[in-house]
Design a protein around this ligand. Structure first.
Ligand code: ATP
Ligand code: MG
Length: 424
């Protein structure tokens, strides 16, 4: 026997039993995003490694230990995108999309991070992201959050997610806080967990985000970020809170929330859940006014989020158990001589009613075909057998109701299906 191949560690297959739910979740989210006037962009899977090093930050987990990088044939380092914001900003700068105009953009696709795989954490995962460029105010931060609140409402999972917000200020004030924090933590250096010890040198504010109990205990008495936020940042944050309060969007201020990416300024937010074990973040975002300039563009403010689809689909599944059907109608074909007629019937149903029809393939008895029909989840079977063709009729059978069926001319069957369809 030939060698069997296995999935590469950390990748995941999304099989036919899962894709209907994925599509439903994607459809709902994309529909909301488009209703807020965001325009789609399609970004490449590969970018130069340098883009992420600069745009995400050398000291972040993503860049320091999670990138899938490879050298091309000329020895240039390329990386499979671990997130979308840096690519999106690069595209806008390169194509002059930020010249004297604001942009509201969205994208979707696979992201790659080399991390320890577990439920809800894989090395390939999917995100839908939104980015707004050119608008500096808290109204935009609020718009992104309001859009996400609508997404969670329409997915029916608002009770499974909680919004946390914070401000990490900007510029000088943040630098001042960083220094004070390092001064406070240095004497505890040996008691910090390994990651936090490393971050003390590279990215001290990330230590606030640590999940390690002993580190959290040390942080209890640490100087608080909010006391170092400058007036401008406080005003921005108050503005955001006023809009969220007015829109009655529930949130919790979490002064420990700092986010892992270097490019954030002012607002940061995260939607978290208790329903996915250790994988608590389902969406994260914030403002990144320094990013475009850092990537070689003119200084343009930005804000956005990345929503993790894999985890969102898991929440949707936890909330809404349902059977997705392969098709609405299953067409049973009497024998080989009826294939042409059956195909015409299937196509009439597809074209005129827009219903999904699976036409039986491979022959077999009426009984075995009806077993397949049942398994497909279809609501109705249409039977095109020898008798039906001889009489110019079609039999319609209700698969989810006992023994109900009707034999009539195709036009009548189409009308009946249309009437039934409007009741589903
Ligand atoms: P985490 O703390 O779980 O590692 P993160 O802060 O690294 O998340 P972001 O970079 O903010 O995540 O990405 C936004 C969203 O993408 C996350 O909230 C999460 O839903 C999803 N996500 C991130 N990494 C993974 C992964 N490895 N597998 C599945 N989903 C992921
Ligand atoms: Mg991560």
């Amino acid at each position: 026997m030939a060698q069997k191949y296995q999935l590469v560690r950390g990748m995941r297959d999304i099989g036919p039993e899962l894709t209907p739910r994925w599509r439903e979740v994607e459809r709902i989210i994309i529909d909301v995003v488009c209703r807020y006037g965001y325009q789609e962009v399609r970004l490449p899977l590969l970018e130069s490694t340098e883009l992420f090093a600069r745009g995400v930050g050398e000291s972040t987990d993503i860049v320091s230990k999670e990138m899938f990088s490879l050298d091309d044939r000329k020895g240039r380092s390329l990386t499979l995108r671990p997130e979308g914001t840096a690519s999106c900003a690069r595209m806008c700068i390169e194509n002059g999309l930020l010249r004297n105009q604001a942009q509201r953009l969205w994208y979707q696709g696979s992201m790659f991070r080399y991390e320890k795989p577990q439920k809800g954490r894989t090395r390939e995962f999917n995100q839908i992201g939104c980015e707004v460029f050119g608008l500096p105010g808290p109204d935009v931060d609020a718009e992104l959050i309001d859009l996400l609140w609508t997404v969670y409402s329409e997915l029916g999972i608002t009770d499974l997610v909680t919004l946390e917000i914070n401000t990490i200020g900007s510029g000088v004030a943040r630098q001042a806080y960083r220094d004070v924090l390092v001064d406070y933590l240095k004497p505890f250096r040996d008691d910090l967990d390994g990651d936090s010890q490393r971050r003390l040198e590279t990215n001290p504010m990330r230590i606030l985000d640590s999940k390690v109990a002993s580190t959290r205990a040390i942080l209890e008495n640490a100087p608080r970020l909010e006391e170092y936020v400058d007036e401008d940042a406080s005003r921005h944050f108050d503005g955001l809170r006023r809009i969220l309060d007015g829109a009655q969007i529930p949130y919790r201020v979490n002064s420990r929330l700092v986010r892992g990416l270097d490019y954030y300024t002012h607002t940061v937010f995260e939607w978290v859940t208790d329903d996915l074990g250790a994988q608590s973040a389902v969406c994260a975002g914030g403002r990144y006014d320094g990013l475009v300039e850092k990537l070689g563009g003119k200084s343009v403010p930005g804000a956005g989020f990345g929503l993790g689809l894999d985890r969102t689909v898991l929440l949707h599944e936890a909330k809404a158990a349902r059977d997705y059907r392969q098709a609405d109608v299953y067409c049973v074909v009497g024998s080989e001589s009826e294939i042409v007629d059956a195909t015409a019937v299937s196509n009439a149903i597809r074209q005129r009613l827009g219903l999904a029809v699976v036409q039986h393939g491979g022959g077999g008895s009426l009984k075995s075909q009806l077993r397949h029909a049942d398994k497909s989840g279809a609501l109705w079977a249409v039977i095109v057998g020898e008798d039906e063709v001889a009489e110019n009729r079609v039999t319609m059978k209700w698969l989810r109701r006992d023994n109900e069926q009707l034999t009539a001319p195709l036009e009548t069957i189409l009308e009946r299906l249309a009437a039934e369809q409007s009741g589903v």
